[in-house]
Design a protein around this ligand. Structure first.
Ligand code: CMC
Length: 432
């Protein structure tokens, strides 16, 4: 028996599927290069059948949302925020402006930028309760764990943030989080080194204030080198969003239960912490420290090819080309090293990249340097310890998480995130 099940798409593109179990044909609408997974549920062997599902571990080929925030073409190595190429934003914009752009979709006017910067600057101080929580952690607590806990704890100070359906309440949390996250990051660092907390300063820009909270010593006010502050600002811009990566999908998933943004972002920070995601920048430095000399690179590469470990800072789920952010960071290294002197590990990194890009193992798998390969070299040259590298990533990513969280809450198609599973466990049995 052959049955036809037809439904048309707005632009008339369709996909015909024939179920060879039944001989039935189904015509499914194609919209923006996708079919709706729920359309497959009509494909059944009989009325009692649940219907066909897709099986996609690690979401290799599943779009979970429609988004206007970030465009990424991994084959061509293209990244744009709200349509603006990342190269142009890194060249001409500031992190605070980019945060506004991600959030609202358009660049701010001068007045809007002044108001937005003012709100962020007014939110940089954190309640003393957060300082007490940080003090309770062991001296060597990893700053990402401290950041995650502290961001979750912020929710206790702003209970109104639970009202996620109110756009005004949401906007208030956005500027609060963008303002407070560098303060908490710097507090985590000062806790590690046993130094007193440095209060935020309104006379410095976003990156300069962060550097001051990290590095202020003695009574004379810290004066950030403008080239260093600019390099940090550019690094934050480069990390500001990257569409549906592990941490952002986590923020969206947790936020879809209507949890407050502090709980949602704390979950995202947990996702970022891992070495396959944001934690790779710290892992790259640990790897370069271990390799020590260029002579040791060939045997290290052999170990990677033999499956003993991964070449950290290489490879990407989406980029099958040079990560455009890595290109910009490699260039930024020159500016920073002009101020700080060259990081001796640069030579190892450059040689590692050269050898890997010529090696068939990496060429065949299309593994290129990603954003984390060179960023740690800059951070280290600036005196930022490697445990703080992923915190730098988190500070940069906060506006992206928030823009995506806000977009998710405004999207009428979104519901609580709840994947399906294929149960492969034991069939029913009796407990005796
Ligand atoms: N070193 C050695 N082999 C690798 C690497 C690597 N860095 N990355 C991927 N491969 C191999 C992998 O073993 C597999 O080989 P085979 O086909 O023989 O089994 C093949 O390439 C495909 O890898 P995969 O693990 O299926 O790819 P994925 O899309 O699941 O993983 C990744 C992406 C980023 C987790 C992975 O490339 C990786 O572990 N890279 C190192 C960690 C890293 O630098 N992460 C930062 C990512 S960029 C910043 C961010 O967004 O957080």
């Amino acid at each position: 028996m052959t049955t036809d099940h037809t439904s048309a798409s707005a632009d008339g593109e369709t996909l015909t599927i024939t179920d060879n179990r039944t001989g039935s044909s189904y015509e499914l609408p194609i919209t923006d290069g996708t079919i709706r997974a729920t359309e497959l549920r009509q494909i059944k062997v009989d009325e009692s059948d649940f219907g066909l599902m897709t099986y996609d571990p690690a979401f290799m080929n599943t779009a979970s949302c429609r988004s206007e925030v970030t465009f990424l073409d991994g084959e061509a190595g293209i990244l744009r925020y709200r349509g603006y190429p990342i190269e142009q934003l890194a060249e001409s914009s500031t992190f605070v402006e980019v945060a506004y752009l991600l959030m609202y979709g358009e660049r701010p006017t001068e007045a809007q930028l002044a108001a937005w910067s003012g709100e962020i600057a007014a939110s940089t101080a954190v309640d003393a309760a957060i300082g007490r929580i940080i003090d309770a952690f062991p001296r060597d607590a990893h700053p990402m764990a401290v950041l995650q806990s502290s961001v979750a704890a912020l929710g206790t100070l702003f209970p109104e943030s639970k009202n996620v359906s109110d756009p005004t309440v949401r906007e208030q949390q956005v500027t609060r989080i963008i303002g407070m996250i560098p303060t908490i990051g710097a507090m985590a660092h000062r806790h590690n080194i046993g130094a007193p907390v440095v209060a935020p300063r309104a006379d410095l820009d976003y990156a300069g204030n962060f550097l001051s909270m990290m590095f202020q010593e003695g009574d004379a006010p810290y004066k950030p080198d403008p080239r260093v502050a600019r390099a940090v600002d550019v690094l934050l811009i480069l990390h500001a969003d990257h569409e549906q990566n592990c941490s952002t999908s986590t923020v969206r998933a947790v936020g879809s239960s209507q949890a407050d943004p502090y709980a949602s972002l704390a979950a995202g920070i947990g996702g970022l912490y891992g070495p396959l995601h944001g934690g790779a920048n710290e892992a790259v430095l640990a790897m370069l420290d271990r390799i020590q000399t260029t002579d040791a690179i060939p045997s290290f590469i052999e170990g990677v090819k033999g499956g003993e470990e991964r070449l950290m800072g290489f490879g990407h789920r989406v980029y099958k080309n040079y990560d455009p952010r890595a290109t910009i960071i490699k260039k930024a290294c020159d500016d920073v090293f002009e101020v700080t002197g060259v990081n001796p590990k640069l030579e190892i990194a450059v040689e590692l990249e050269r050898i890997a890009l010529e090696d068939e193992y990496f060429v065949k798998r299309r593994l290129y340097p990603n954003v984390d390969f060179y960023s740690g070299l800059i951070y280290e040259a600036l005196g930022i310890p490697k445990e703080m590298f992923t915190v730098m990533f988190a500070i940069g990513r906060a506006p992206g998480w928030l823009a995506q969280w806000n977009e998710m809450l405004n999207d009428r198609e979104q519901k609580i995130a709840r994947p399906r599973q294929v149960y492969v466990g034991t069939a029913e049995r009796s407990y005796t």
